[in-house]
Write a protein that binds this ligand. Sequence first.
Ligand code: SF4
Length: 562
Amino acid sequence: MTENSGSKSDVPDLIPARMLSEFAYCPRLCYVEWIDGDFVDSEDTVDGRFQHRRVDSKEDSIPREEFENVHARSLFLSGPKVGITCRIDLLEGDGERVTPVDYKRGEAPDIPGGAYEPDRVQLCAQGLVLKENDFQCDKGIIYFVRSKKRVQIPFDTTLTQRTKDLISDLRKIAEKREMPPPLQDSPKCNRCSLAGICLPDEVNLLKEMEAKGGSEKGLLGKIRRLLPSRDDAMPVYVIGHGHTVRKKGDILEIWSRDDGKVKEARLREISQVNLYGGVDISTPAVIDLMQRGIPVLHFTRGGWFQGISTGHTHKNVELRMKQFEWAMDRKRSLSVACAVVAGKIKNCRTQIRRNDSEQPKQVLETLDKLSREAKNASSTEKLLGIEGAAAEVYFGRLNGLLKSENEFSFENRNRRPPKDPVNAVLSYLYAVLAKEMFVTLLAVGFDPYLGFYHRPRYGRPALALDMMEEFRPVIADTVMLSLFNKRELSDKDFIQTGIGISLTSKAKKKVIAGYELRMDAEIAHPLFGYTVSYRRILEVQARLLSRVLFGEIKEYPAFNRR
Ligand code: SF4
């Protein structure tokens, strides 16, 4: 078994020493990385790998004057009795008396003991493994690369006992399959690459709010900024027959049959590739994208989401098991369904309150009432009825949000196929939003096909449809209103097809551009206060849902614009 291995269905026999170090730093960090299999690189981890390259290299890159009597480098060892596996950067010594040397990036800290506890524990665990393998070992060395300093760590009784206690505690937590709670207001989270997955402040806030009966009084302002607030990588859209996507080195190229190369993008700057209608993609491009974890999404010309090409799916089996457990339980499914529908109705109300110049009192009151009813609906059937009633009220008012001088109007919501330009744009945007939610859920570790409100049907991404409910008004409807009200769409952008209306290729590009602008826009999060893009908010919501399924927070907190 290697340092990073670990079965997802059983507790691995041996704990990697590196994980023990993570556990000493933060039990939750270790759980997320080791049990859930989630890992995100940070500046520290990238730099750490770079510094390790020297010691891992067989080349003569080690400062020899500082390391006499080198026994071995990058040595993998296991100690079944102590329950640890480890990779020792460097082993010094003569005969059977050895000293493990662990490389650490950065400066040696000026603290008693000369090194932080997680580093000392990791080294001591290596010492225990060496002893089990018949070496004599009573101390280790931590070599701090930046300050070029060797710090000697004696394996005394206190450190050895602490290391053994941590091994036993970690094993218990792994067996229980219970994620430890986030640290409270800890400076450790500031440097933690998993903060965006763990959401320590957000989860702590929601737990405190639940303990206070839902009140957020005195609690806000405690949340640290979510970083990054927006994704650096962006989606690529290729629309239209006659286009081919290829890869050349680290660049993705888009070729047109008529015009040659029309666009290119660096692979590391791409988050997803969306192909609409008859676009070819080369096998090397697909394989590289898969290896980088960049999904390729396939759509019909009309925007119907047909499927996805991805690499190995997320390894978090625990989450999918929980999802199936909840989906099979009517009461628990209903609680999530009620929260998302209530959230959606609230956002419909906000849309009208913010943009309807007449401020229709009756409509606002009705939506407020329906939102509260949705929150407490006693069955899925009742919830469906409430949602239908709210949709009638909201869409009945949507025309008032289109500027009156506009050449387009909206009577009611119709689809498959849409009968008018406004509905055509809405349908197109809802499909794009559904795929966005699909990709987000997949990345977090969910099965997007198994929902809590939308019932399973072959090929239907039910959970993606559930989770996009609250975002329909704030993302899709808002983009539609903006495109029409700013006159970015005209009659020429639509084609009458006999059975309905569809968008021209040019119009689709305009709609996608409007959508992407919205997804990348940063807003102040209504509950957590920090500035964050809509795309990141989608991910935060999916992660909060996962915390609900694991019982960390009781109720799914829908995203509601104020
Ligand atoms: S963000 Fe904080 S609580 Fe969460 S895993 Fe990292 S260190 Fe632990």
